[in-house]
Design a protein. Structure first.
Length: 119
C-alpha cells in the first residue's frame, strides 16, 4: 500500500510515518515502476504502527521501542537482556496504572464531594 492508504488506515500523519521509516521502525519497498518514486508499505507496516502507538501510550519512548525491535529482529553483537528490559517496562507501566487508579479515585471523591456540596 502507498503512504496515503497507510496514513488513512493508521491515523498517523505522513511525516510521522516517514520518521518511523527513517528510524528503521517500519520498512517500505520502492515501486515496481521505475518511472515514479512511490514507496509501497507491506501490510505489516500497519500492524507495526499500531504497535508503536500502543507502546507510546504505555510509556515507551521511540528510542526504547526502537531498541527493543532492533534486538528482537536483528542479530546483535551486544548483550541485551530482553527479559530484564521487558520486566522493567512492565513494572513501570504497572506503577503508572497504580498511580492513575489512585488519581482516578481522588477525582471521583472530589466529584462526589462537589456534587454533595451543590445539593
Amino acid at each position: 500500500m502507498r503512504i496515503g492508504e497507510l496514513v488513512k488506515q493508521s491515523g498517523i500523519s505522513p511525516d510521522t510515518v516517514r520518521f518511523y521509516e527513517r528510524n528503521g521502525l517500519i520498512r517500505s519497498l520502492p515501486s515496481a515502476t521505475e518511472t515514479n518514486s512511490y514507496r509501497n508499505y507491506p501490510e505489516e507496516a500497519l500492524e507495526r504502527l499500531a504497535m508503536i502507538k500502543q507502546a507510546q501510550q504505555a510509556g515507551f519512548s521511540i528510542a526504547e521501542f526502537s531498541q527493543l525491535i532492533e534486538r528482537i529482529e536483528g542479530p546483535s553483537v551486544d548483550f541485551f537482556d530482553a527479559d530484564q528490559f521487558l520486566q522493567q517496562k512492565i513494572d513501570e507501566i504497572q506503577e503508572r496504572m497504580k498511580q492513575a487508579k489512585a488519581f482516578l479515585k481522588m477525582l471521583k471523591a472530589t466529584k462526589a464531594a462537589l456534587s454533595a456540596h451543590m445539593d
